[in-house]
Design a protein around this ligand. Structure first.
Ligand SMILES: [Zn+2]
Ligand SMILES: [Zn+2]
Length: 153
């Protein structure tokens, strides 16, 4: 449904279902790993993201909650395309929205870890913002929650 790729063009992927959710994370680790003010993550089942071209080169990082993530990157240019969390949400991919060909098709639905945001970042008033993380049933749609529950079983 959505296609994307790395900066040099050698790694290409596509998603095969609508996003479960899209959030902007302002945690300090996301700032470090992106070299920017935040990351925009599209959450989707890992099996609904497919590499269609190129060679991936994974690295491992630790998120704000202590969760470890494998980050799928392009072996040639190093662009990070998505992360996969270890543990309970292992089957979830966190696709970096800026790598989509049409990032406007996956607009943010919430902001998280706003307590550590860079101070110049103005928060929107039309979507929920959380000091740290939300509870899934606070913000995810019933359809997304149902898809997530299937993953856990
Ligand atoms: Zn590349
Ligand atoms: Zn983060």
């Amino acid at each position: 449904m959505l296609a994307g790729g790395c900066l040099c063009g050698s790694l290409r992927y596509e998603t095969r279902a609508p996003p479960l959710f899209v959030h902007v994370c302002h945690c300090t680790r996301c700032q470090k790993s992106s070299g920017s003010a935040f990351t925009i993550s599209m959450l989707i089942e890992t099996f609904n993201v497919a590499l269609t071209q190129g060679t991936q080169d994974d690295c491992r990082i630790t998120g704000a909650s202590g969760t470890r993530y494998d980050i799928t990157r392009c072996a040639d240019c190093g662009t990070a395309l998505w992360g996969r969390a270890h543990g309970r949400s292992e089957t979830l991919a966190f696709v970096r929205v800026g790598t989509l060909d049409e990032p406007d098709r996956a607009p943010p639905m919430a902001h998280i870890h706003i307590g550590t945001r860079q101070r110049w970042v103005a928060l929107p008033r039309d979507i929920p913002c959380f000091e740290e993380m939300y509870a899934l049933d606070q913000v995810w749609s019933p359809e997304s929650l149902a898809r997530f529950r299937i993953l856990g079983s």
